[in-house]
Design a protein around this ligand. Structure first.
Ligand SMILES: CC(C)(COP(=O)(O)OP(=O)(O)OC[C@H]1O[C@@H](n2cnc3c(N)ncnc32)[C@H](O)[C@@H]1OP(=O)(O)O)[C@@H](O)C(=O)NCCC(=O)NCCS
Length: 186
């Protein structure tokens, strides 16, 4: 599938580029990434090169995983990454530590959800989200975007060691009104 850029007045979502490799490598040294994400750990520059040069383009070509760089403006630095895994219709995201807490991730997730529901591609009508239990920042992003909390369960996505640790899970339907829903644990 052809890559799709998304844009609002607050963020631009486009492709991670070779120019972004140093920033990605630096952001991915964050101990929170070891705890909450499934990215390689320890994370090396070669991991970022593989991500940008192979993983992301392959995901778009096959249509299985659509990954965007999050920027504050066109041509600006990469602040974070958001992706939609198409076969499972679920989202994953991270933001570089110094760029957190400014609402960029919530805005990026809204854009991805809007686009996913507005395109005929894959016919997705519900987007899933999950995080390891205790990841209040991730849960806040999902809650802000109108996801319903659907409970705690073993993670659907395997963790780095192959285990399926307890996770908070949520979902957003195309018909949901996008206002924050009650019932979230954090
Ligand atoms: C989760 C993450 C992407 C959120 O990024 P962000 O830039 O802070 O997101 P936003 O600015 O859109 O913030 C959304 C809300 O989360 C809140 N939030 C941010 N950090 C928080 C924390 N540590 N605890 C509780 N809430 C938090 C923000 O205050 C904001 O709520 P508010 O508008 O009511 O103040 C970021 O913390 C991150 O990259 N964490 C490490 C990787 C990770 O856990 N990814 C998700 C895996 S499921």
């Amino acid at each position: 599938m052809d890559r799709v850029d998304l844009e609002s007045h607050r963020v631009v979502l486009d492709s991670p580029l070779a120019l972004d490799v140093d920033d990605i490598t630096r952001y991915c040294q964050d101990p929170l990434f070891e705890r909450f994400l499934t990215v390689p750990w320890p994370y090396h520059r070669s991991d970022a090169e593989h991500f940008v040069n192979d993983h992301v383009p392959t995901g778009w070509t096959t249509g299985d995983e659509l990954t965007w760089a999050i920027r504050a403006e066109r041509g600006g630095a990469l602040l974070g990454v958001i992706g939609l895994r198409v076969p499972t219709s679920d989202v994953g995201f991270w933001m570089g530590a110094e760029h957190r807490g400014r609402g960029h991730m919530s805005e990026a997730l809204r854009l991805v959800a809007d686009w996913t529901f507005s395109t005929d591609f894959a016919g997705i009508r519900e987007i899933g989200w999950e995080c390891l239990v205790g990841n209040a920042a991730s849960a806040s992003v999902a809650r802000h975007c109108g996801f319903r909390f659907t409970g705690e369960a073993p993670s659907r996505v395997a963790y780095r060691d192959g285990s399926h640790p307890a996770s908070w899970q949520g979902a957003l339907r195309d018909t949901d009104d996008r206002s924050p829903q009650p019932g979230w644990p954090a």
